[in-house]
Design a protein around this ligand. Structure first.
Ligand code: SF4
Length: 112
């Protein structure tokens, strides 16, 4: 598996492409045989539907790779690697805020 870099570099299209390629050639995915693929793209505010989509990911052999790809690609919709779209958005926003604060701290240290 390609090592996942720090979240502050996301989205990263080159990494996303590499991870997507690896994902496409990885083992079977629990969601690929679903009669209704839309199950993996629930309304983000529908907790029951989100939980049902996450159930598909539980124990999926490519869960980590799938999650890493979705973060690298900045996927906006659907459940990927057991992470809902709302959770992914919050994770990426938190990381961006942390990055801004870290850079501000670096600048203040350099100016002192
Ligand atoms: S982790 Fe979830 S979304 Fe990703 S391939 Fe597996 S079942 Fe599908």
């Amino acid at each position: 598996m390609i090592p996942l870099g720090p979240l502050d570099v996301f989205p990263d299209s080159a990494l996303a492409d590499a991870l997507r390629n690896e994902l496409d050639h990885a083992g079977s995915r629990h969601c690929e045989t679903l009669a209704d693929p839309e199950l993996m793209f629930p309304d983000g505010n529908d907790r029951y539907a989100v939980a049902k989509s996450k159930d598909q990911c539980a124990g999926c052999p490519v869960l980590n790779l799938c999650r890493d790809y979705s973060l690298a690609a900045g996927e906006q919709y659907g459940t990927w690697g057991g992470v809902s779209e709302n959770e992914r958005e919050a994770l990426l926003i938190d990381t961006r805020e942390w990055r801004v604060a870290w850079r501000r701290g670096q600048q203040q240290t350099a100016a002192a």
